[in-house]
Design a protein around this ligand. Structure first.
Ligand code: SF4
Length: 399
């Protein structure tokens, strides 16, 4: 009980700190442009709590945040399109060099910072070459906001305060990685990360019930918007990486159009396989591996040279991002399982589009990324990983 109270006090303090920080940025004499980018998983979590659809949450949250003084509210489904397109390209490039580079495959997804931290700390140099270098949707948005958006608005990146709303606390660690610090401008690509649960606390702190908030028009600049509706991506609630890469690779490499992917549950529901076969030959073998128990098994298979996969969607949370540690908790009348099912249904109810269909994404590739040159474009869309040296001496551990 005491732990619960301490945690609660820390969270309340944290939310007040975030609110004060936001107000400070909005009212500071430096006149910072304040941008908030909301994840689709957080929208679905808030939607379940308030009995709204995910798009209704977007409209009302935009209104709430703009009333606080936020200038732009974007959504990371838009930046996820970049992440999916780059992942598709990276996969084809790795597949084509698999015969000369033994660590080109399997390509392991990189959007989950919980998994990345574990990989860097526990398996270091062995595992890093397998991990996709494509940035996560949060850090793609960081590039877009502090790069393209800043240039368009004629504002220096340090005069933009960029906040993201995410389903887990690990995204705070991701945003604070040195790789995402713009030393030239002395600013981070993402300045502050708020979890879905912290947004709820912010609303409560302001005595605001989201259902009662008048909807405001969505910012269409960096949002996957169709009228008053936000569009999502097909596949898992963790971004649909397996879905999009598998369909794209099947078509590009083997000329096979896949209508529906068939998922085969392996040892448990957090370990699923998708296989593409032609005339009895396996062409592609993909897996979704969630939760540390399954991740450990996957790494052991890799170490023994027994992994049959070309791509693995790796996520640290059991059930993936819709079940992230920063999502809203169930009410007293609801079980965790019931809430998760509701969040999954709300997330899945959004109309989907493919990343290739978004003409603004294609236009940005053309007008922004082609203009900065190949090398810079790579830096804006990709990242790198670093093995963390193990501390072998017990005496040097700092408690
Ligand atoms: S799987 Fe969990 S830890 Fe990983 S990005 Fe998703 S919510 Fe965060």
């Amino acid at each position: 009980m005491r732990n619960y109270i301490v945690c609660y006090v820390i969270i309340r303090k944290n939310v007040r700190y975030i609110l004060d920080g936001l107000r400070q940025q909005v009212s500071s004499s430096e006149q910072k442009v304040v941008v908030v980018s909301v994840s689709p998983q957080s929208r679905a979590s808030l939607a379940a709590h308030y009995g709204l659809s995910s798009s209704e949450v977007a409209l009302r949250l935009t209104s709430f945040l703009k009333n606080l003084g936020v200038h732009h509210v974007f959504e990371t489904g838009f930046s996820r399109s970049f992440s999916l397109l780059e992942s598709q390209r990276e996969f084809l490039e790795r597949f084509n060099r698999k015969d000369v580079d033994k660590k080109a495959l399997p390509m392991l997804a990189s959007a989950c910072p919980g998994w990345i931290c574990y990989a860097e700390k526990t398996h270091g140099e062995f595992i890093l070459p397998y991990i996709s270098t494509t940035r996560s949707p949060q850090q793609m948005m960081g590039s877009l906001v502090k790069g393209y958006f800043a240039a368009q608005k004629g504002v220096s990146p340090q005069n933009i305060y960029h906040v993201t709303v995410m389903p887990c606390y690990d995204k705070k660690l991701e945003a604070s990685r040195p790789d995402f610090y713009l030393s030239k401008y002395e600013t981070r690509e993402v300045d502050c990360v708020i979890t879905s649960g912290e947004v709820l606390k912010m609303l409560e702190e302001q005595n605001v019930f989201l259902r009662d908030v008048e909807p405001a028009p969505l910012d269409s600049m960096f949002s996957n918007v169709c009228g008053e509706e936000l569009l999502s991506h097909a596949g898992s609630g963790s971004g649909g990486y397996l879905h999009h890469i598998c369909k794209h690779a099947a078509k590009q490499l083997f000329g096979v159009e896949i209508e529906e992917l068939t998922y085969k549950t392996m040892k448990n529901k957090d370990f699923q396989e998708v296989t593409l076969e032609k005339d009895g030959t396996v062409l592609l073998q993909f897996a979704a591996v969630y939760g540390f128990r399954n991740i450990q098994n996957l790494v052991q298979k890799l170490k023994r040279g027994k992994s049959p996969y070309h791509f693995v969607e790796v996520m640290a949370c059991p059930s993936g991002c819709l079940n992230g540690g920063g999502q809203l908790k169930p009410s007293s009348e609801q079980s965790k399982k019931e809430l998760l099912q509701q969040v999954e249904e709300l997330y899945g109810a959004e109309r989907t589009s493919t990343p290739e269909e978004d003409t603004r994404v294609a236009e940005l590739y053309h007008s922004w990324l082609e203009s900065v040159g190949e090398e810079k474009a790579r830096l804006l869309l990709h990242t790198q990983y670093h093995a963390v040296e193990k501390n072998t001496s017990g005496l040097s551990i700092k408690w």
